[in-house]
Design a protein around this ligand. Structure first.
Ligand code: AGP
Length: 611
């Protein structure tokens, strides 16, 4: 996810662009850049690092004053965060500058086509390919709007694009598909941005841009068409948020926003994972088929939620690849003198890519000659840089300390690794892999459906507000979900909480149960062999006075309690992705009712860079 902003109007563009980027920095902050058009020439300055690095550079190398410009703050998806990969990107003749947010799924095909035609690329990004295509169309038509329409018809994947052209001094053109882009309507000036936060200090009048549409702005006008050039109407609206709230897109907290972003994050995590033959493709793990065939053992390392994601992934990877999978707390891993050989694959899971416990464990694994891949949400971070290969979760920046969308996409990314290993080792036919990918592809809609209908978690948080301790029970893939639910409650509501494997209750923990003890139960899906055992576990704890709140599949008719929390049906291995949602919301609401800081809980940091 990146932040993009465009300005066309009566003033110098640079201040408006920098103000907008500062408001959008939460969307991505590994590099930033702006381009301004003045005297029929586009001047660009871009720098790796936070926006402040660009601001400092502009003090030394100010751009000429111009009334139209574009700016970008990046969350890398393709190409590490270095100056040349920062946006804006230019066409070969420096006639066009573009900025892009999203993932162009067919960029490699388009890039090869252009390279065969003699094009040379400066960056590793998918976005630069769009700049070249726009340059070709602009040279042919001389019209930026027509050029954008034609280029968009060739792009697959998600994108919001904004472009300027040297011989169109008062024009800003944008386009979108599945990626956010909104118009700000000012007095004698207009804006384009990823969200209203970018221009809310200039104007509160905004215009929605629909799917597959192109918008052309001048300082006095706006025109919206579809990709075929047919004029479209647009809904104007008044932004009611203040600037601070706008960074959260109107949500009260980043965590609330990130919980609701999970359908899109999961869809983005699955984007670009198929080759032209529609086979699962994970080029970035950079392991040859022979190296994958030589793997004899997998060890997953991580901390906190990343560790819980690894525990869930173990079930899928073992089931599909038939390789033994160990899951180890990164902080414990190297001290237990693990058995590692050249045939061991270590998977390091980390949202930030900077967790020192995980980084040190990864270094130990490499010293022991293991192959190491990382699953990470932050391009160019230390952990992916020190891995043989990486799977980026593509979830977009996660600002809240409590991990939600990153956790969900870590599970999916690890499942993709398991499927890929099975595909390479011939344990799964291509169509079997596709069937599983198709079911994964149905999850965003199921998550959306649950989140839209979820209620009562606030009521539950109020009911258990003064509880001394809350237990979480799960079995099989539900056991790590119980651990994650307990972690969320601990880190957000500062309540004592503990997750158990339900089968373990009778070996001691059941002594904890007394009248009114709250217990959240992740009920295995009805087609799980453990479903009926969990029903018995619930009877055991209720017989001792527990207040059991059951999270169960919609089709689970064995659960009759009206207090059950229903989640959409799914297969056994995918249920954790849905079962964790009410637990995230319960922890969030519990923090609110207890008056705590949801996004920055006490004693915690988003990335723990000390051992
Ligand atoms: C999760 O809610 C926590 N914020 C924490 O456990 C986190 O998952 C852990 O610190 C690992 O962080 P990483 O994914 O950035 O490595």
């Amino acid at each position: 996810m990146c932040g993009i902003v465009g300005y066309v109007g009566k003033s110098d563009a640079t201040p408006a662009l920098l103000t907008g980027l500062a408001r959008l920095e939460y969307r991505g902050y590994d590099s930033a850049g702006i381009s301004v058009l003045a005297n029929e020439k586009i001047s660009t300055l871009k720098r790796a690092g936070k926006l402040s690095v660009l601001v400092d550079a502009l003090r030394e190398h100010p751009l000429p004053q111009g009334r139209v410009g574009i700016g970008h703050t990046r969350w890398a998806t393709h190409g590490s965060p270095v100056d040349r990969n920062a946006h804006p990107h230019m066409d070969p003749d420096d006639q066009i500058a573009i900025i892009h947010n999203g993932i162009i799924e067919n960029y490699q095909l388009l890039k090869s086509e252009l390279e065969r035609a003699g094009h040379y690329f400066i960056s590793d990004t998918d976005s630069e390919v769009v700049a070249h295509l726009l340059g070709i169309e602009y040279k042919a038509s001389g019209d930026l709007t027509t050029s954008m329409q034609r280029v968009c018809q060739r792009l697959h994947g998600n994108f919001s694009l904004v472009a300027i052209a040297t011989s169109s001094p008062d024009v800003l053109v944008g386009a979108r598909r599945n990626s956010p882009l909104v118009v700000g309507l000012g007095h004698g000036e207009n804006f384009l941005a990823s969200d209203v936060a970018a221009f809310i200090s200039f104007t509160k009048r905004a215009l929605e841009i629909g799917q597959n549409q192109v918008v052309t702005l001048t300082s006095q006008s706006h025109l919206i068409t579809d990709f075929a050039g047919v004029v479209q109407s647009a809904r104007e609206f008044e932004v009611t948020w203040d600037a601070g709230a706008a960074e959260k897109n109107g949500f009260p907290h980043f965590m609330a926003k990130e919980i609701m972003e999970q359908p899109k994050s999961l869809a983005d995590c699955l984007l670009g994972r198929l080759d032209e033959r529609e086979h699962l493709m994970l080029n970035e793990i950079r392991l040859s088929d022979d190296e994958i065939r030589d793997i004899e053992k997998v060890i997953i390392i991580g901390c906190g939620s990343a560790f819980h994601a690894g525990m869930i992934a173990k079930y899928g990877i073992e089931h599909w690849s038939r390789l033994p999978v160990e899951v180890e707390l990164a902080s414990e891993f190297r001290y237990r003198d693990p058995i590692i050989t050249r045939s061991t694959l270590v998977i390091a899971i980390s949202q930030s890519g900077e967790t020192m416990d995980t980084l040190m464990a990864l270094r130990h694994a490499r010293d022991q000659r293991a192959k190491v891949i990382s699953i990470c949400n932050t391009h160019g971070a230390s952990i992916p840089r020190e891995s043989d290969g990486v799977i980026y979760t593509q979830a977009g920046p996660e600002i809240a300390v409590a991990s939600t969308k990153a956790f969900l996409t870590q599970i999916v990314a690890a499942y993709l690794v398991g499927l890929y290993i099975a595909q390479v080792r011939g344990l799964k036919f291509i169509d079997e892999v596709r069937d599983i990918l198709d079911e994964l592809g149905e999850l965003p809609e199921k998550i959306e459906r649950y989140l839209e209908t979820s209620e009562r978690l606030k009521e539950l948080a109020l009911e258990f507000k003064s509880a001394q301790s809350i237990l979480f029970l799960g079995r099989h893939v539900g056991f790590p979900v119980a651990l994650e639910g307990a972690l969320k409650l601990k880190e957000l509501a500062y309540m004592h909480a503990e997750g158990f494997a339900a089968g373990e209750l009778k070996h001691g923990p059941i002594a904890l149960i007394e009248e009114g003890t709250p217990v959240l139960v992740i009920m295995p899906s009805p087609n799980s062999p453990l479903h009926d055992k969990m029903v018995s576990n619930v009877q055991e704890i209720e017989a001792r006075g527990a207040r059991a709140i059951i999270i169960a599949a919609e089709s689970d008719s064995s659960i009759t309690s009206l207090r059950a929390i229903r989640i959409p049906d799914s297969s056994v291995l995918f249920q954790p992705i849905l079962a964790v949602l009410p637990l995230q919301l319960f922890a969030y609401e519990s923090a609110l009712v207890r008056g705590y800081d949801v996004d920055q809980p006490r004693n915690l940091a988003k990335s723990v860079t000390v051992e």
